[in-house]
Design a binder for this molecule. Structure first.
Ligand code: BF8
Length: 644
């Protein structure tokens, strides 16, 4: 049942329950929706009131917008605006983290501290700050101020740009791709793409690349690094995943969204004896915190808090009938949560100054008193426990093990050992062919394709061909639910990768965090370059990225910063430039000559794997390390056998 909709059994069960109870979900709405073909191809312009202009490329003469804009200009503008929006989202998260970081360093935020002093020193060094003789609080204040200043900076360069390989920095300088300030790049890109400004597709996409780099090497990297310093850099840990993590006899609180500032405190306060006693008083055996989307990844990585599900499971978590409160902040939060919750006892609690939903309870997060906000939220959830509708409770059994916590520092440590932290063993394994290459499989769910199916098929295919997979976001959750994030999954890997997994004791698929943590992957590939033996730049490495089920503008920003950093990036589902041959050619081909990276669009997971492996093998050949096994092509029978 529901096999066209999802490969996740818990999702399928809850979809059936939702159907029986007459509840509409994103899956139903997607089926009913007929997307505009111009919009999805990128050839609809609504940037002024003369239109919207929808450009057909079918006839003999290529159409033009009323202002004369060509289809490639229109598609490039639309694509660039997605980059601007995605960069704004990640970076505004980074801005809030920076402001709270400064307040914490000033001792103004009870409960937050400087947990990772080593990383604090490292970031201070990268920013060129003098640390000698200074307390960690003073260093943290200076680091926080420097990070915060980069958002409004008008001239100069972002500090973390210096972390990239030297050759890459030189290339960025030559092409004018070094971001000056995060907000400046976003604002300029919005300006360039208004009517009658930049009308050259390459120029628009170069500015788009600079903006995307302000995300990856700026806003996102600031968010990751400062969160690590405040909350701890992740180390490998075990946890559980899927809707089965919800507990029938406990107060279930789901934290959903992106910024870990409040969820960190909810996790801490939920363990207070006072709260546990209060829960008992209301008839519950305890308080169970679980996550959805990237908030889930953040608190999983640092505390081992279980994950209830990924993007398309947010409504279905409520359909279990066992969620007392769903606490949301920003990004990827569906407005429909309120109407689904109205059919149960669940309270939707919005917490961000920037995001309200009509019908939800708003308990605003105060960054100066997170303990108080967290306590109020938890009490609200506990008090809601007696309101459960017993007959509506049905929690699926699915609850799988996973291992997470692979920060780039951990990969260093796991592979190199505590006395010789190093990427050398990884590079050596790539050079001798046991690991064919490294691929980041990241991004969202999208109901246009079967939920989790594209992710899991692609990742199985890659590891079977000795490709080490690193993951973030909802992609990581999808593969965790398929049992791919445990060491035992080595049995699905090719012989070389399996050998490495056995020796080091890691899964063949490494969970590296939330979507802002894609910045960890930038650092990891940079470390691979610096370690030596695999060329002088990211574009020389046998690596690639893929977002097989993407849907968010943030994914486009991430894709573009990887392309601008020299990586090959494949997107599935649909791609918003298909309406323009010229723009497609620019992104798929011409960018190779500019940044050494490029895009590809391919919805089929097996073909995605083929493209990626072909790219990896090509890079290996250029490096003179084309060795080892021919590609294994799995037929259906072989794939079925792989199941364990
Ligand atoms: O930032 S993977 S659906 S949750 S956008 Fe959203 Fe996509 Fe999930 Fe995290 Ni990323």
């Amino acid at each position: 049942m529901n096999e066209e909709l999802t490969v996740c059994p818990a999702t399928s069960k809850m979809l059936s329950k939702a159907q029986e109870e007459g509840i509409s979900t994103a899956f139903d709405r997607a089926k009913a929706m007929k997307p505009c073909p111009f919009g999805s191809a990128g050839s609809c312009c609504k940037n002024c009131a003369m239109g919207p202009c929808r450009i057909s490329t079918k006839g003999e003469q290529e159409g033009k917008g009323i202002c004369g804009a060509t289809v490639e200009t229109i598609a490039a503008r639309n694509f660039a605006r997605m980059i601007a929006a995605g960069t704004a989202a990640h970076s505004d998260h980074g801005r809030d983290v920076s402001a709270t970081f400064i307040a914490a360093a000033n001792g103004e935020v009870p409960g937050y501290q400087i947990k990772d002093e080593e990383k604090l020193q490292e970031v201070a060094r990268i920013y060129g700050l003098e640390t000698k003789g200074k307390s960690k609080e003073i260093i943290a204040q200076e680091v926080g101020k420097k990070a915060l200043s980069e958002f409004g900076q008008q001239e100069g360069e972002l500090g973390f740009i210096k972390r990239a390989p030297e050759k890459r920095q030189k290339l960025w300088h030559e092409h004018g791709l070094v971001p000056r300030g995060i907000d400046r790049e976003v604002v300029e890109l919005m300006h360039r793409t208004t009517i009658g400004v930049d009308q050259d597709q390459k120029d628009i996409l170069m500015a788009g690349s600079r903006t995307a780099l302000a995300d990856g090497w700026g806003g996102s990297m600031i968010a990751t690094e400062l969160q690590d310093i405040m909350f701890g850099t992740p180390i490998p840990l075990r946890s559980k995943v899927n809707l089965g993590v919800l507990k029938e006899d406990q107060v279930n609180i789901i934290v959903h969204g992106h910024e870990p500032l409040l969820s960190e405190m909810i996790v801490a306060v939920a363990q207070n004896q006072e709260m546990l006693d209060y829960a008992k008083q209301k008839g519950a055996e305890g308080i169970n915190i679980a996550g959805i989307c990237c908030t889930a990844n953040e608190i999983l990585m640092r505390h081992g808090i279980p994950i209830a599900g990924n993007f398309l499971q947010q409504e279905l978590a409520i359909v279990t009938g066992a969620v007392e409160a769903m606490v949301v902040d920003v990004q990827c939060v569906m407005q429909s949560l309120v109407s689904v919750a109205a059919c149960y006892h669940t309270k939707i609690i919005t917490t961000s100054k920037k995001a309200r939903i009509p019908g939800a309870t708003h308990l605003e997060f105060s960054e100066h008193d997170p303990i108080n906000t967290a306590s109020k939220i938890i009490k609200e959830a506990i008090e809601n426990y007696p309101n459960r509708m017993k007959t509506k409770i049905n929690i699926p059994d699915e609850e799988l093990d996973l291992v997470a916590g692979f920060s780039h520092e951990t990969i260093n440590y796991m592979l190199g050992g505590s006395f010789r932290k190093s990427y050398r063993p990884l590079n050596d394994a790539i050079i001798d062919g046991r690991i064919r290459g490294v691929v980041g499989v990241v991004g969202c769910n999208n109901p246009k394709v079967t939920h989790d199916q594209v992710h899991t098929t692609l990742v199985k295919e890659l590891i079977a061909n000795d490709v080490l997979v690193v993951q973030t976001g909802c992609a990581a959750i999808a593969c965790a639910k398929a049992g791919l994030l445990v060491p035992e999954a080595k049995d699905l890997a090719g012989p070389g990768l399996r050998e490495i997994c056995e020796t080091v004791g890691i899964p063949p698929v490494l969970h590296c965090g939330s979507c802002v943590d894609n910045s960890r992957l930038l650092i990891a590939v940079t470390e691979m370059v610096k370690e030596g033996g695999l060329g002088n730049d990211i574009s020389d490495l046998p690596v690639a990225g893929c977002a097989p089920e993407w849907m968010s503008e943030k994914a486009i920003a991430i894709g573009q910063y990887f392309v601008a950093s020299g990586a090959f990036v494949v997107f599935g589902v649909t791609f918003p430039v298909t309406g323009s041959e010229k723009l497609s050619h620019l992104l798929y081909e011409e960018f190779k000559e500019i940044t050494g990276g490029s895009w590809a669009f391919e919805p089929d997971p097996i073909k995605q794997a083929e493209l990626i492996i072909k790219h990896i093998d090509h890079k290996r050949e250029l490096l003179g390390i084309k060795t080892r096994p021919p590609r294994v092509l799995y037929d259906m029978a072989m794939r079925r056998e792989l199941k364990f």
